[in-house]
Write a protein that binds this ligand. Structure first.
Ligand code: HEC
Length: 142
C-alpha cells in the first residue's frame, strides 16, 4: 500500500515539476527583449532617481508627469528636447544633474522601451481563455 502512495506522490511531483518548467521557461508569448548595456545604465538612473514616481511606462507609475512609453517616437519630441527636459527642471519636473553621457543613457533606455510596443494600445484583442493579443513593434528579436 505504501508503495502505491509513494508512486502517486512521485507522479504528482513529476507533474508539478513539468508544469513549472513549461510555465516559467516559455518565452514565445513575451518576446525576449534585451536591453543594451547603455540602456541598462539608463534604467539604473531611471530607478535610482525615481522617475517612475511621476512618470509611467505602460501606464504604470505615478501620475504627475506624462507616460513615457512611446515618447521617443513622437515627431514633436526630438532627442535634444528630451535630454534638455531631464536637466532643466520645468514646472513639477525636477532639475536633475545628469552628465551628457547619463542623458544619453536614459534616452537610450526610453528608446528601447519604446521599441517593445504601444501604450495605450487601442488594438488589443482578448481571446478565449483570457490571453490578450496586442500589436508589437519588434517581436522575438535576438
Ligand atoms: C516630481 C515628479 C517628476 C519626477 C521625479 C520626474 N519627472 Fe519628468 N516630468 C514631470 C512633469 C510634471 C513633466 C511635464 C512637464 C511639462 O511639460 O510641463 C515631466 C516631463 C518629462 C519629460 C518630457 C516629456 C514630454 O512628453 O514632453 C521627460 C523626458 C522627463 N520628464 C523625464 C524624466 C526622467 C528621465 C526622470 C527621472 C530622472 C523624471 N522625468 C523624473 C515630473 C517628474
Amino acid at each position: 500500500m505504501n508503495k502505491y502512495y509513494a508512486g502517486i506522490f512521485l507522479f504528482m511531483v513529476f507533474i508539478y515539476a513539468f508544469y513549472n518548467r513549461e510555465i516559467y521557461t516559455e518565452k514565445a508569448d513575451y518576446g525576449d527583449f534585451k536591453l543594451s548595456e547603455k540602456a541598462l545604465n539608463g534604467e539604473r538612473l531611471w530607478l535610482e532617481n525615481n522617475c517612475n514616481a511621476c512618470h509611467q511606462l505602460y501606464g504604470l507609475g505615478g501620475y504627475l508627469g506624462p507616460d513615457l512609453t512611446n515618447v521617443t517616437s513622437r515627431p514633436d519630441k526630438s532627442d535634444e528636447y528630451l535630454k534638455v527636459m531631464m536637466i532643466s527642471g520645468i514646472k513639477s519636473m525636477p532639475k536633475f544633474d545628469f552628465s551628457p553621457d547619463q542623458q544619453d543613457q536614459i534616452l537610450q533606455f526610453l528608446k528601447e522601451v519604446d521599441r517593445t510596443g504601444y501604450y495605450p494600445t487601442q488594438n488589443a484583442v482578448i481571446n478565449y481563455g483570457g490571453w490578450v493579443d496586442y500589436p508589437q513593434k519588434v517581436k522575438n528579436e535576438k
